[in-house]
Design a protein around this ligand. Sequence first.
Ligand code: KG4
Ligand code: ZN
Length: 350
Amino acid sequence: MIVLGIETSCDETAAAVVRDDRAILADRVLSQEAEHRPFGGVVPEIAARSHLHHLDTLIREALGDAGFGLERVDAIAASAGPGLIGGLMVGVTTAKAIAMASGKPFVAVNHLEGHALTARLTDGIDFPYLLLLVSGGHCQLLAVEGVGRYRRLGATMDDAAGEAFDKAARLLGLGYPGGPAIEQAAKGGDATRFPLPRPLQGRPGCDFSFSGLKNALRLLVGRLGALTDQDRADIAASFQAAVAGSLADRTARGMAMFADLYPAARTLVVAGGVAANTALRAALADTAQGRGFALIVPPARLCTDNGAMIAWAGLERFRLGLVDGLDFAARPRWPLDPGAARLVGAGVKA
Ligand code: KG4
Ligand code: ZN
């Protein structure tokens, strides 16, 4: 079974081909980073136009890498939400057009399900497992119980983890995207020079919050005035340590909640762009080891947005008979778990 996957929900245009034996036959990702950098963040209109400009070629290249044409593909999957609606519409419309022209089924994939199932593509793990999803738009702990079956244990009350990195980088004048810039700057820094708060540390539940930390950072930068490169490095290191510490603390609580639900399951998966952060990986490795959990972090290029995760999630759905009609509309908000509507209403991102 072979599936073509398309990803256009944010600022990566991606197309990939995967097979049901977990082989990635093609995996093309085109980053729009340079186009958005002058604006210090993703500009939705620029993103949509760029997806439109590049997607056809990228799909052709992906099929070229796989070494066959559409006739060998069993289904066409596209990221259909959550994300920036203009980009989502480009990907979904393209996938539907290919599906219609080739007579193959179309599978609408929840972008978050793509991240959530990546560890089954890379490591072949079984359900259930605990997932820490940390990206530019999302920060949540989920029990992944099966395809389409997610139980949210905790989520951010304000910013996503990646968003916090991006805002901190902007405050320090380190540019966009913030996560890699902070990690780079932190390499020469002293994480103990400026103690910053670790949000919600020790508090019950496993929700997240980054607004207090962001505020503390803003006050610190204001107090210091003109920053030297060493100041920047020390602040970046302190900030990274605070985020990693907070995420590890909340995840430890999530592990306890997960262990109550599934006493025999002991796997923690980390996904999303922030999972590329080495300080976070180290903190989570400690936390997992102390609690007898195996830690699985997919390779960085499969943690950040990519087409292989969409193709794989599409394949998992398709082989269960879950296909979608050509009337399926892309949606900017699309929570993974049914209980999330209430949280979305309270201002939490989908
Ligand atoms: O998953 P992703 O590629 O896109 C979304 O679906 O959001 O995640 C992008 C986010 C950005 O906020 C970026 O700053 C962050 O992941 N990120 C990192 C690192 N690499 C990417 N954050 C911390 N450390 C990194 N090395
Ligand atoms: Zn993502």
